[in-house]
Design a protein. Structure first.
Length: 603
């Protein structure tokens, strides 16, 4: 017996697979749960840090918002703006006062952690004093100290127009040519201004803050090396990021859905980029600002490498240990069964059934051993019974052969009578005796075998000759497809139908009786029909009798047709058999359906 077919191998393989699946599943589940806990813990830690950053940024914007309120009620600046004087000395004095006021503003503490910042005040160019001020363009050099300027050179800048549209709210922006500052601008109003057409609009103040302020806080917030943090203004423009390439770009270019940016519940969600899965969180700040963190999931799971390796090693050790124990245990369990199988193999090869084996243990295996011993004893007794039965069967066969002597004797006797009648030239008697002899010969010859259809038709013709002597007022016609004449059919399936046609049809006529025997092929079946022009019978009643729903026929015992139907079904199956039908004139058709089987071996 091959190793693969042995029960020891099958038991071992089964339990090794079960142990492997259970260990891998349990350890894999533990690893996934631990990984999930680690991811959630890191997200929670990052969230706590970012909430502090959020608070710091909001404190900064609140500080700027409050500090710039200094200009809203500054009467000294309002007096200068209201003054319409072209006196050169007064202009110099007013410029000095404006610079002093701006310097005083710079001393207002915006945030304790903000070491320094510079401001530029852009006055509307409609004021008289604005005409005397320098026109500065905003750039890095503008913010090396506090300056006052008119708005001529910046009034068409996009940030300036956006600040005006913000109507007093803070507006943040960056400049492509300046990577060192983040700018916060605000439209200033002063209730003391009386200049027509300007209402109380004073100008725009721009605060320039060194990026290092954000860098010092945000860089310390990264839990992993690849974590990226973005500070986004209300226009969804990145104004600060540790990814310097992102500054000035739209945050939407990083595939963050707009719906996520607009929500304020600070839930984490996963995106996919070139780094794989990225855990992203959006924090909403004041004035529509956003603080976005993106942590590659690989950074988190990388810290689990040691734990993963420990789990893999543990899993392999458990599988090896479990597999070894399984092989030892399965061998001990299967050894008695293997011994029983070897004994049975020995019996098959030697035909020696006089065998008994001792049970190794008193359990289910012991029950198998005891049952095997009982079975072998039973087989031994059955073989003795078969031997005796075979001898009896031989005796019965001999008796059956002896019983066939009588039909042979009748046949020989009829043959002798035929020769005697021939000597007297009585043609009818000669024909009847000769036909009877043919019928007896046909019935004796291989009674259980099939014959060619042509032989069965020849037998019917012989039978019809005898009946024509008795009933001379009918004729028999044959319409048989030549292609089916060599097909093998059971003996005596047509003659009983012809006999019924004569006894229950033709015998009731006084003249012009007619019997038609028709054989046709329809693809894979053949149809044999016997039709007579007698008074007919109820086809439905005959069919019910053949199906068993009617037990007795009125004018006949029905043995012949039932015998034909059963023998056809036994030979070919329930799809085939005998049935009856009436045509429109009431004629009865007896129809036998047989499968078409060509006679490849001959008769």
């Amino acid at each position: 017996m091959s190793l693969i077919k042995s029960i020891n191998f099958k038991i071992s393989l089964f339990f090794i697979l079960v142990i492997t699946i259970m260990i891998v599943a349990s350890n894999g589940t533990i690893y996934m749960m631990f990984s999930k806990i680690m991811v959630n813990r890191m997200i929670e830690d990052q969230a706590n840090i970012m909430l502090q950053n959020k608070k710091n940024i909001e404190n900064l914007t609140n500080g700027i918002n409050q500090a710039t309120a200094y200009f809203f009620s500054n009467k000294a600046i309002a007096d200068i703006l209201n003054r319409d004087s072209d006196d050169a000395l007064q202009v110099l004095i007013d410029q000095s006062v404006l610079q002093d006021q701006l310097d005083n503003f710079s001393t207002v503490p915006i945030l304790s952690s903000l070491d320094s910042y510079h401001t530029t005040l852009f006055l509307f160019d409609g004021y008289q004093i604005s005409k005397e001020l320098n026109s500065l363009a905003i750039n890095e050099r503008t913010f090396d100290k506090n300056r006052v300027s008119n708005s001529v050179s910046v009034s068409n800048e996009s940030w300036y127009r956006a600040t005006e549209e913000a109507d007093g709210a803070l507006y943040t922006f960056t400049l492509p040519q300046d990577n060192n500052h983040i700018y916060i601008a605000r439209l200033l109003r002063n209730k003391y201004i009386r200049v027509p057409n300007y209402i109380d609009n004073m100008g725009v103040i721009v605060v320039g803050i060194d990026r290092n302020y954000f860098s010092s806080h945000i860089e310390a917030s990264r839990l992993t090396e690849s974590t990226q943090i973005y500070l986004v203004n209300d226009s969804q423009q990145v104004i600060y990021s540790n990814n310097t390439e992102a500054v000035g770009q739209q945050i939407s270019s990083y595939n963050i859905p707009q719906a996520k940016l607009e929500r304020s519940n600070e839930e984490s969600f996963t995106l996919r980029d070139t780094r794989g899965d990225v855990i992203t969180t959006v924090y909403t700040l004041q004035w529509g600002w956003k603080l976005v963190t993106m942590i590659p999931k690989n950074d988190i799971t990388a810290s689990l490498a040691v734990i993963r390796n420990i789990i893999i090693i543990t899993t392999l050790l458990c599988i090896i240990t479990g597999g070894g124990l399984t092989i030892l245990i399965s061998k001990r369990i299967s050894q008695p069964i293997t011994r029983l199988a070897m004994t049975m193999r020995h019996i098959r090869s030697t035909s020696n059934i006089d065998v008994s084996i001792k049970s190794p243990q008193q359990d289910e295996i012991g029950y198998l051993y005891n049952s095997f011993n009982s079975m072998m004893k039973r087989i031994h007794h059955l073989m003795d019974d078969v031997y005796e039965s075979t001898n009896k069967q031989k005796d019965e066969e001999l008796k059956r052969l002896q019983a066939q002597i009588n039909p042979h004797f009748i046949y020989n006797t009829l043959d002798a009578i035929n020769w005697m009648v021939l000597s007297k030239n009585d043609e009818k008697v000669i024909t009847m005796v000769s036909s009877l002899a043919d019928i007896l010969r046909y019935s004796i010859k291989h009674p259980d075998d099939k014959v060619q259809l042509s032989e069965e038709i020849a037998h019917v013709k012989t039978y019809a000759q005898i009946q024509l002597i008795r009933y001379s007022h009918f004729a028999v016609t044959y319409e048989i497809d030549p292609s089916i004449l060599d097909m093998q059919v059971p003996k005596f399936i047509i003659q009983p139908l012809v006999e019924n046609a004569i006894m229950h049809g033709i015998s009731k006529l006084k003249k012009d009786g007619k019997i038609e025997i028709i054989g046709r092929r329809f693809e894979e079946t053949i149809q044999m029909m016997v039709v007579d022009n007698g008074p007919g019978a109820d086809a439905e009643l005959l069919n019910n009798y053949l199906r068993g729903s009617v037990q007795v026929l009125r004018d006949s015992d029905g043995f012949g047709i039932q015998n034909v139907n059963e023998r056809v079904k036994i030979n070919y199956g329930n799809r085939y058999g005998l049935s009856y039908r009436n045509n429109e004139d009431g004629q009865l058709f007896a129809i036998i359906i047989l499968p078409y089987e060509s006679n490849s071996n001959g008769s």
